[in-house]
Every structure is written in structure tokens, then in C-alpha cells.
Design a protein around this ligand. Structure first.
Ligand SMILES: [Zn+2]
Ligand SMILES: [Zn+2]
Length: 294
């Protein structure tokens, strides 16, 4: 792999920060056996981070969304930042990730991959196949993927146990990425956490999951700590204020029904941005301006 280090692409130093160029590539998408592999690669430093997508899953997540989550995890591991540059494979597998990069202000573009990123992705896919027991003397020759993948598919299909473990689930990959985990709040209603079955009080942070089942729209709520995935989106606006000698974190939301400010006693009109927080178990609310001044 070290042979792919390219001499004329040295790191760029700006204000003491090293800006890296990250390549994002996948492998194994064309093979009907085994899940895909995704990689995050920096040619300048030779860093390779990789993740494996399972053959199937059942947590209602779309394929592209699952891939996006894995990429975010790899970026965390790599310490990759918005200052860095990203060159990403244009394949469908990365569509949700492309959107996520744009929404979060990353400097990125699509790129036709070769070099280290391509080799790292193929190498990691091959390593996964070998770990399953595939004969070591068979590999990719002269970039003839169809022949290589056919051999893997035949090897998997020839054994019922292997087929159950390693055959790619196409259906789960076709499902659109409808389920959306969004970090928001419970507004004026109490909800029940889908995971721990305990109550989530009104005016508290909560992760909402929306999906369709048998044509019906379903909404589930989780405590943020109970959510099976880290939400990609946040609609939660929080404010930390000084309260009786310590800090108190609450929400800013449009007031659902007329109430009065705990601090100044004046009315708070429906729709007006309002601060809500729990002081121990007691709900307090009012004008954000009044609470900022405490
Ligand atoms: Zn919970
Ligand atoms: Zn007030």
C-alpha cells in the first residue's frame, strides 16, 4: 500500500492546521454475496479506515442511511474535520452521505477513484471473504470483477450454511431510506421510550423515528441515550441558564398554549419562543430574555 503514496500531494499547512484530503470509496457492491466495504483514506499519510456493511439488518434503516452512519463513525475515528477536503465515489451507496456532507458544510466533490482508496477498499473486501474461509489462491485478476465475484458467489451458494450467512439481502438494500431519526423534543406531551419503556416527560429532548409499516405512518420516541442510532438531524434548540446558583439546561420552543413567565409573571403568548426547563421535577418556563438575565 505504501507504494501508492504520491509525492506531489503533500499535506497543506494553514495556520498550524494540517488539512487533509480524504478519499471515500466502496467495494463489493457488484457481488451478490457479502456486504459492501466502505473506506476513508488519506493518501498523504497512508491512513486507511474501513467499515463493513452487514449482508442484512432489521432496524428499519435504509441502506444509504446505514452507509452514511458508518462513514460518520469512520470520520470520528479518523479525526476528520470540516476543514479537510473530501473526494467521494459518486455511487448510489453514498447518496445520503453526499447530502449529509452538503448539509453539514463539508468541502467535498465526487471523484473517479483509483490509487490507494480503490486498492484499500478492494483489499478489505477480499480480506472479509478470506476470513469466511474462501480459498486463498483465488483473487481478483486483471480487474476482472465479474469472474472474481462469480467465484465468490458460487462458493457461497454451494453451501446452505454459507448461503444463509453471506448471501447479500437485496430487498433490505432497495428499501428507501424512509426511517428518519431526528433529535427534537416531546413538546407538551408525555411519550414512552420505545427502548426502555419508561416515560419521557413533556418539554424534554427526545429522538423521534418516523417510518411506514403496512402503509401506516408510525412514530416512535426514544430517550436520546436510548436511541439505536445517532440522529443525523437535530431540531432541538437548547439554552443553558444560571439558576439558583447552578446551571440549568432547557429548551427553546414555540409556546403551545398561553402561560405565564415564571420570572416576570407576564403572559407568554402561543407561538412565542419560550424557554422550558425542569428545576428538579418542577417545570419552569418563560421569556428566554428573562432567563438569560438570571
Ligand atoms: Zn429510554
Ligand atoms: Zn418573563
Amino acid at each position: 500500500m505504501a507504494g501508492f503514496l504520491v509525492a506531489n500531494r503533500g499535506p497543506v499547512f494553514i495556520g498550524g492546521l494540517t488539512l487533509k484530503t480524504w478519499y471515500v470509496e466502496d467495494a463489493g457492491g457488484g457481488c451478490r454475496a457479502f456486504g459492501e466495504v466502505v473506506v476513508l483514506v488519506c493518501e498523504e499519510t497512508g491512513e486507511v479506515y474501513s467499515a463493513r456493511i452487514p449482508v442484512t439488518w432489521n432496524n428499519k434503516m435504509g441502506w444509504e442511511e446505514l452507509v452514511c452512519q458508518r462513514m460518520i463513525e469512520l470520520m470520528d475515528q479518523a479525526g476528520a474535520t470540516t476543514e479537510d477536503k473530501y473526494l467521494v465515489c459518486s455511487g448510489n451507496i453514498f447518496h445520503t452521505y453526499h447530502k449529509w456532507l452538503t448539509e453539514h458544510g463539508y468541502n467535498w466533490e465526487t471523484h473517479k477513484m483509483d490509487g490507494l482508496a480503490h486498492d484499500a477498499a478492494e483489499g478489505e473486501f477480499h480480506r472479509m471473504v478470506l476470513e469466511a474461509g474462501f480459498p486463498e489462491d483465488i483473487g481478483l485478476e486483471e480487474r476482472d470483477y465479474r469472474t472474481y465475484y462469480n467465484k465468490i458467489e458460487n462458493w457461497v451458494a454451494s453451501d446452505p450454511v454459507r448461503k444463509q450467512l453471506y448471501w447479500k439481502d437485496r430487498e433490505v438494500r432497495k428499501k428507501p431510506a424512509v426511517p428518519r431519526y431526528v433529535l427534537k423534543n416531546t413538546m407538551a406531551r408525555e411519550r414512552t421510550c420505545r427502548h426502555c419503556h419508561k416515560k419521557i416527560p413533556p418539554f424534554s429532548p427526545a429522538v423521534e423515528l418516523k417510518f411506514r409499516q403496512d402503509g401506516r405512518k408510525i412514530r416512535d420516541f426514544f430517550h436520546p441515550a436510548c436511541s439505536p442510532v445517532k440522529p443525523l438531524k437535530s431540531q432541538l434548540h437548547q439554552l443553558e441558564v444560571n439558576w439558583q446558583g447552578s446551571k440549568l439546561t432547557g429548551l427553546i420552543i414555540p409556546c403551545p398554549a398561553e402561560t405565564s413567565c415564571t420570572l416576570c409573571g407576564q403572559p407568554v403568548e402561543p407561538g412565542q419562543a419560550t424557554f422550558y426547563a425542569y428545576d428538579k421535577d418542577k417545570l419552569i418556563c418563560g421569556h428566554p430574555g428573562c432567563f438569560r438575565e438570571t
